[in-house]
Design a protein around this ligand. Structure first.
Ligand SMILES: *[C@@H]1O[C@H](CO)[C@@H](O)[C@H](O)[C@H]1NC(C)=O
Ligand SMILES: *[C@@H]1O[C@H](CO)[C@@H](O)[C@H](O)[C@H]1NC(C)=O
Ligand SMILES: *[C@@H]1O[C@H](CO)[C@@H](O)[C@H](O)[C@H]1NC(C)=O
Ligand SMILES: *[C@@H]1O[C@H](CO)[C@@H](O)[C@H](O)[C@H]1NC(C)=O
Length: 840
C-alpha cells in the first residue's frame, strides 16, 4: 500500500514537473574551464567598467567607467587592449560636498552612465559626478573632452541619475538625446525627456506632476525609424490596479521624434506620450511582472519592420516564482495595435482609471499632434494609458529559468547550415553565468552556460559584437569578451549534433566540429539534434540507429590495476547535463546485487575474479547512445590471471558516428574539465576521490568480516552472491524495517511536494475555461475582475453598472466567501482580497 501510494505521488509529481518548460543548460563551464575561455580587460587604474558602446566597425569599444571614459581595442577577439583613457573626475570640493550630504565616499565618484554617439565627430557622455550629474562632449577623433555650445560641461539633470545604482536609459536620434531617468537627488522625480534639440525642435519632457509615471525603473529605449518613434521600456506601479497595493507592472511607452510640444496646452511637454502594459504571463498563472532587461531583435532581412521583436526578461513579485525568471517576446505589430486601440481615462479628482466613456477627440499617441487644438491636447493629456495590454508573442512565455534569475539579455539571429534562421538569446544570470539558448519550435534549448563573474554584480551590461562573434559584458570585475561559440570543444559528430548550436557544424571530411561560417556542407541539426540521421554516412556500419554492439567501440580503455576484494569505484565523466549515464560490461548485465551505481553515475563493486574485465560508461541523450569511457579492471601484480575476454576486439578502436579519438576520451576522464560545478549532491561525502579512476579499500568492520568469510570460502564460484548470502541472515530484518521506514518517509515527502505543486499543475493541465466557471469549480475567492486584471485587462466599468472596481472585488469576494479555499485561492486572498504584497 505504501508502495502504491508513493508510486502514485511519484507519478503525479512527475506530471507536475514535466508541465514546466524548464530548461537545463546542456553544458556548464565554471570559471577557468579550458573548453570555454574568454578574455577579460582589467587595469589597476580603472574601476567599474560598466557602460559599453561599440564603434560602427566594432573594432573599438568605448567604456564608461568610474572617473573615466576608455577606448579599448576589440578588433582581436582573444585580447583586449586599452587604446586611450580620458579621465573625468569630480574635484576634491565636489567630493567633500557629496560626503557632507551623507553619501558614501565610494559612491561619490563620477560613474559614467550615458555614453552615446552624437554625430560623425562627437560622442556624448553623462556621469553621476558626485551626486550632481554632468555631461560632456567627446571628440571621437582625438578622444578628448570637447566643450558644447555653452563652453563648459553641461548640467546632467534629467539625463543621468544622481545615484550610481539607479537605473536609467538613454538613446540618441538625429543628434538629440532621449532619456529616461530620475531628475532629482532623492530619486523621486522620474522624467522621460529630450535634450540637445535645436531650433523649433525644443527640448521636451514629461514630468511626474501629471501622474504620467508612477515610481518607474527605467530599463531601455529603442528607436524604430519606420515609425519615427522612440520606445521606452520600464516597470512602475500599476495604479490602474487600485485593488492591489503596489502592484508592479511592466510598460512600453512611446514618443514621436517629430513632437515639438503643444502651443499653449502641453507647452514643452510631449504631446505624443502614451504607455501600455507588457504582459509576460502564461495562461492561468501569476504574471512575471517586473521587467529586468529588454532587447530589440530587428526583423529578418526583407521582412516588414512590424516583425521587429523585443525580448524581455521578467521576474515576479510573488513568492511562488521567487528566484525564477521568464523571457517573453513582444512584436512591434502588437505594440502598435495596442497603441492605436482604446485608452483608459484618469479621473483627476478620484485618481481612478476607467475605460474611456467620453467622446474621442483625438487619437492619443498619434504623431503630429503638436499643433492640435487645446481641447484635443487636453484629451491627450488624460488618455495616455492604453486599455489593452501587449501580449507576448504566441501568447506564451518564451523560456522560464527553473532556478536562475536573469539580469541582462542580448538576442541575435543566426543562420544555420540549412539556411534557416535561428534566434539565439544570451542571458546573464544574477549569479554570474552567461547562458546561450536557441529558440526552437517546441521550446528553448540552453546550449551552455559559462561562468563569467566571481562575484554577483550590481551594475552590468551586455552587448553583442556580431561581426567579431563576441559577447561583451561590462562589469565592475572588468570588461569581458566571450566568444559566441567554441565548436572545437565538440570532439565527435555526435557531440557536435547533440549540442544543437546553430554556430557549429560537423565536417565529415576533416572530422571536426567547426564554425558554420568557415565552410559549406557541414552536418547540423539544430531542430532535432538527431545524431543517427546526421552522422550515419560517416560510418555506414553504424547506420539504422541500431543499438551499437560493444565490439565496435571497445578501445583498450583505461587500465585499472586492483587487488582482489578491494572496492573498486569507477567514475564516469559527464558529457552533458541532458545525458543519462549507465554502465555496461562486455556481454553481461550488471546485477544490482554486485554493482552499485551512485547518483553521480560512478560504479562501485568488489573486485573478484569474476568482476575483472572491461567496463563501459554509456551516455544516452536525445535517443543516441555513446560510450564515454572504458575501463579495464585487472588484477594487480598477477597479469596472468586475466579474465576471459572472448569478444575483446583485437583491432584498433573503430570510429563510430564520427570517430571519438582516444585523446578525447582521456580528456573526458579529467573531471575538472567535464564535470563542471559539482553540485553539493554530486559530491559524495563518504568517499574522497582526487582522480577519477580510483579504487578505495573500504575499512569498515562489516566489510572486513565479510571479506574474511569471502576468503574462507575459497571455492566460490559467484563471489558476489556469496557475499550477499552471508549478509542475509544477520541483516535481513533490519533491512526490511529500514526499507519500510524509508518508503514511508519518501511517500510522505512526495505527498507534501505533490500538494504543494498540485495547484500549479492544475492551473496548467486544466483546460481553459471561462474564469467565472473556473471560479465556481474551484470556489475561487478572487473575483473575475482580479483574475481578469492579472491577465492584463482591468475591470470594465460598463459591465457592472458603473460600480467601482473596488466595490466589485469586495462583492465578488463576499459572494464566493464560503467556498472551500484551495492553495491557489489562498494566494489571491491573503488580506481583504488584495494580492499579497511580497516584493522581492
Ligand atoms: C575550445 O575547446 C577546445 C577543446 O576543449 C580548447 O582546447 C580550446 O581552448 C577552446 N577554445 C576557447 C576559446 O575556449
Ligand atoms: C564599483 O566597483 C566596486 C568593486 O570594485 C563595487 O563594490 C561597487 O559596487 C561598484 N559601484 C558601482 C556603482 O557599480
Ligand atoms: C557634432 O556635435 C557637436 C556638438 O554639438 C558639434 O560641435 C559638431 O559640429 C557636430 N558635428 C557635425 C559633423 O555635425
Ligand atoms: C501645424 O504645424 C506646422 C509646423 O509644424 C505648420 O506649418 C502648420 O501651419 C500648423 N498647422 C496649423 C493648423 O496650425
Amino acid at each position: 500500500m505504501v508502495y502504491s501510494t508513493s508510486l502514485c505521488a511519484c507519478l503525479s509529481l512527475l506530471t507536475v514537473l514535466s508541465c514546466h518548460s524548464h530548461v537545463l543548460p546542456r553544458l556548464s563551464f565554471p570559471k577557468g574551464s579550458p573548453g570555454r575561455s574568454f578574455s577579460v580587460f582589467t587595469n589597476p587604474d580603472v574601476y567599474n567598467t560598466t557602460t559599453l558602446l561599440l564603434s560602427d566597425n566594432e573594432d573599438t569599444l568605448f567604456v564608461g567607467a568610474r572617473d573615466a571614459v576608455l577606448s579599448i581595442d576589440v578588433s582581436q577577439t582573444d585580447a583586449m587592449t586599452m587604446k586611450e583613457k580620458m579621465g573625468w573626475s569630480p574635484s576634491e570640493k565636489d567630493l567633500d560636498d557629496c560626503t557632507v550630504k551623507g553619501k558614501m565616499k565610494m559612491d561619490c565618484h563620477n560613474f559614467v552612465r550615458v555614453l552615446q554617439v552624437l554625430n560623425s565627430t562627437h560622442m556624448y557622455a553623462c556621469g553621476t559626478f558626485a551626486f550632481s550629474p554632468r555631461c560632456i562632449y567627446i571628440n571621437s577623433k582625438t578622444f578628448s573632452m570637447a566643450t558644447g555650445a555653452s563652453g563648459k560641461p553641461e548640467e546632467g539633470r534629467g539625463r543621468c541619475p544622481y545615484d550610481p545604482y539607479q537605473k536609467n536609459t538613454a538613446i540618441t536620434v538625429d543628434g538629440e538625446l532621449y532619456t529616461g531617468t530620475v531628475a532629482d537627488y532623492r530619486g523621486t522625480r522620474p522624467v522621460i525627456s529630450r535634450h540637445l534639440s535645436e531650433g523649433s525642435h525644443v527640448d521636451l519632457k514629461l514630468d511626474d506632476t501629471l501622474g504620467w509615471l508612477e515610481d518607474p525603473t527605467f530599463i531601455r529605449s529603442a528607436y524604430v525609424p519606420s515609425e519615427e518613434k522612440v520606445y521606452f521600456f520600464f516597470s512602475e506601479i500599476g495604479k490602474e490596479y487600485d485593488f492591489i497595493d503596489k502592484f508592479t507592472v511592466s510598460r512600453v511607452a512611446q514618443v514621436c521624434t517629430s513632437d515639438i510640444g503643444g502651443q499653449r496646452t502641453l507647452q514643452k511637454r510631449w504631446t505624443t506620450f502614451t504607455k501600455a502594459q507588457l504582459l509576460c504571463q502564461a495562461e492561468h498563472e501569476l504574471p512575471y511582472n517586473i521587467l529586468q532587461d529588454i532587447v530589440t531583435l530587428p526583423p529578418p532581412e526583407g521582412a516588414s519592420e512590424d516583425e521587429t521583436l523585443f525580448y524581455g526578461i521578467f521576474t515576479s513579485q510573488w513568492q511562488v516564482n521567487l528566484g525564477r525568471s521568464a523571457v517573453c517576446a513582444f512584436s512591434l505589430k502588437d505594440i502598435k495595435k495596442v497603441f492605436t486601440g482604446r485608452y483608459k481615462v484618469l479621473n483627476r479628482d478620484t485618481l481612478k482609471w476607467s475605460t474611456r466613456v467620453q467622446e474621442q477627440l483625438a487619437n492619443p499617441g498619434e504623431c503630429g499632434l503638436h499643433n492640435a487644438s487645446d481641447n484635443m491636447l487636453r484629451f491627450v493629456k488624460e488618455n495616455f494609458l492604453a486599455d489593452k495590454s501587449v501580449p507576448p508573442v504566441n501568447q506564451a512565455l518564451t523560456l522560464v529559468s527553473p532556478d536562475k534569475s536573469y539580469s541582462n539579455i542580448a538576442a541575435q539571429r543566426v543562420r544555420g547550415a540549412s539556411g534557416r534562421d535561428y534566434t539565439v538569446l544570451y542571458l546573464l544570470t544574477e549569479s554570474g553565468y552567461l547562458q546561450k539558448a536557441v529558440l526552437l519550435k517546441n521550446g528553448a534549448h540552453v546550449i551552455e552556460e559559462i561562468q563569467v563573474f566571481n562575484q554577483p554584480q550590481l551594475v552590468k551590461n551586455l552587448l553583442l559584437s556580431v561581426s567579431k562573434g563576441a559577447v561583451l559584458i561590462g562589469s565592475s570585475e572588468g570588461v569581458i569578451s566571450v566568444p559566441m561559440s567554441n565548436c572545437s570543444y565538440y570532439w565527435s559528430c555526435a557531440e557536435c549534433v547533440l549540442a544543437r548550436d546553430p554556430f557549429c557544424g560537423w565536417d565529415p571530411v576533416m572530422k571536426l566540429c567547426t564554425d558554420i561560417s568557415s565552410r559549406d556542407h557541414l552536418v547540423q541539426d539544430v531542430d532535432e539534434g538527431n545524431v543517427s540521421a546526421q552522422c550515419t554516412y560517416v560510418n555506414p556500419r553504424s547506420r539504422s540507429g541500431q543499438p551499437r554492439t560493444v565490439t565496435t567501440v571497445c578501445p583498450p580503455g583505461e587500465v585499472m590495476p586492483v587487488s582482489l576484494n578491494e572496492v573498486v569505484r569507477l567514475q564516469c565523466p559527464e558529457a552533458s547535463h541532458l545525458a543519462k549515464r549507465y554502465w555496461e560490461r562486455l556481454n553481461s548485465q550488471l546485477s544490482p546485487k554486485i554493482y552499485i551505481q551512485s547518483d553521480d553515475s560512478s560504479l562501485s563493486f568488489v573486485a573478484t575474479p569474476s568482476t575483472l574485465g572491461h567496463y563501459l560508461c554509456q551516455a544516452e541523450e536525445n535517443g543516441y547512445t555513446q560510450t564515454l569511457v572504458v575501463y579495464h579492471v585487472k588484477q594487480k601484480s598477477s597479469p596472468t590471471i586475466l579474465p576471459a575476454t572472448p569478444n575483446r576486439p583485437q583491432s584498433t578502436p573503430t570510429t563510430e558516428a564520427g570517430s571519438k579519438p582516444p585523446v578525447a576520451t582521456t580528456r573526458l576522464i579529467t573531471p575538472k574539465q567535464t564535470e563542471p560545478r559539482p553540485t553539493p549532491d554530486q559530491v559524495d561525502p563518504t568517499v574522497t576521490l582526487k582522480d577519477s579512476p580510483t579504487t578505495t579499500t573500504r575499512k569498515s568492520r562489516n566489510f572486513t568480516r565479510l571479506s574474511r568469510i569471502d576468503e574462507e570460502n575459497s571455492r566460490m564460484t559467484e563471489p558476489g552472491e556469496n557475499l550477499m548470502q552471508a549478509d542475509q541472515p544477520t541483516y535481513f530484518q533490519e533491512l526490511v524495517v529500514v526499507s519500510v521506514l524509508l518508503a514511508l518517509c519518501i511517500s510522505l515527502l512526495l505527498m507534501i511536494a505533490f500538494n504543494r505543486f498540485r495547484y500549479i499543475c492544475q492551473s496548467r493541465t486544466v483546460p481553459q475555461t471561462p474564469s467565472s466557471r473556473r471560479d465556481a469549480e474551484k470556489g475561487g475567492s478572487a473575483t473575475p475582475e482580479e483574475r481578469e486584471s492579472l491577465r492584463g485587462h482591468s475591470p470594465r466599468l460598463e459591465k457592472h453598472n458603473g460600480q467601482a472596481p473596488n466595490g466589485q472585488s469586495r462583492n465578488g469576494q463576499a459572494h464566493n466567501g464560503k467556498s472551500p479555499i484551495t492553495l491557489s485561492n489562498n494566494m489571491l486572498n491573503s488580506s481583504n482580497g488584495h494580492l499579497p504584497n511580497t516584493p522581492i
